[in-house]
Write a protein that binds this ligand. Sequence first.
Ligand SMILES: Cc1cc2nc3c(=O)[nH]c(=O)nc-3n(C[C@H](O)[C@H](O)[C@H](O)COP(=O)(O)OP(=O)(O)OC[C@H]3O[C@@H](n4cnc5c(N)ncnc54)[C@H](O)[C@@H]3O)c2cc1C
Length: 271
Amino acid sequence: MEIRRFKLKITSYERIPVLDHGYVELIESWGSDERIIEAARMSTDKGFLGWGPKYVCDKCRVEGVEGLETCIEGSCLGTVKRVEGDEKLLKYLYEHKHATPFEMAGAVFEIQAPIMVFREWHRHRTQSYSELSARYTSLPNVNYVPTVERLMLNSKTNKQAGTIKGADELTEEGARAYIWDLECEYKDQEEFYQRSLKMGVPKELARVHIGVGRYSRMRAQANLRNWLAFLTLRMAPDAQWEIRQYANIVGEQLSKLYPRTWELFSSGRSK
Ligand SMILES: Cc1cc2nc3c(=O)[nH]c(=O)nc-3n(C[C@H](O)[C@H](O)[C@H](O)COP(=O)(O)OP(=O)(O)OC[C@H]3O[C@@H](n4cnc5c(N)ncnc54)[C@H](O)[C@@H]3O)c2cc1C
């Protein structure tokens, strides 16, 4: 079987800002919609045959153009028929959960996010991670401060975003006061951290008081099948708003790399 080279539709290899100090950066990717088809066709030794639709004469098999009903190849006069391309196979694989070919593509992202986002992210065991270590380097003083709008986004439909029983209703003034207190808290945390490091407390212990709002950085790698499983959970409305912002960016990048698979994923989500 001939091995074809497919040009990847390069998406932006730049840091896309998320939240107040976070980012998502595509580091590398592999595979393509075409490679997924090629992998699936190993069973029949046929490879990728091309995307459709194509308009083919049922008599001489010459390709025509859309809108032409009769073949004009010599004196053929056969009927030009619309023939589906490999998008049909891709759809079949996706809808019937023949998922292994989707593992032939994948991507690595670098992510800077609050530790609380990583706590949720790392539950996804099918990704590989490598994260900044506060045992080996002191933590950068970068902390997440939610906006007033975010604090007021207390969805009634999402139980996990709720407040405790008997809590007051948060006002804009209350949200601003919270932000002020939070910034003071972060400042105190950092002062204590630096003081502890200077007095010789080991890095691995000097961090014990630091909260989950502190930013960390990691690389995460997964194949396309597992990225889509991650996005199914983390782009959903019941996922925490912060991780959703990251998942949306990962999704945008994947949509450019694997547009046909992405279309199937998106239409599956909206059903
Ligand atoms: C909205 C939301 C709320 C959540 N709330 C909580 C919570 O309150 N407390 C909490 O602890 N977690 C919570 N989680 C985390 C959740 O339980 C999962 O751990 C997380 O979403 C990872 O999903 P996963 O296991 O499908 O992913 P992965 O670990 O990436 O696994 C992908 C798939 O591989 C298979 N798999 C992987 N490992 C195993 C295994 N050991 N055995 C069998 N099959 C396996 C499964 O089919 C799985 O779906 C929440 C998640 C979401 C999205």
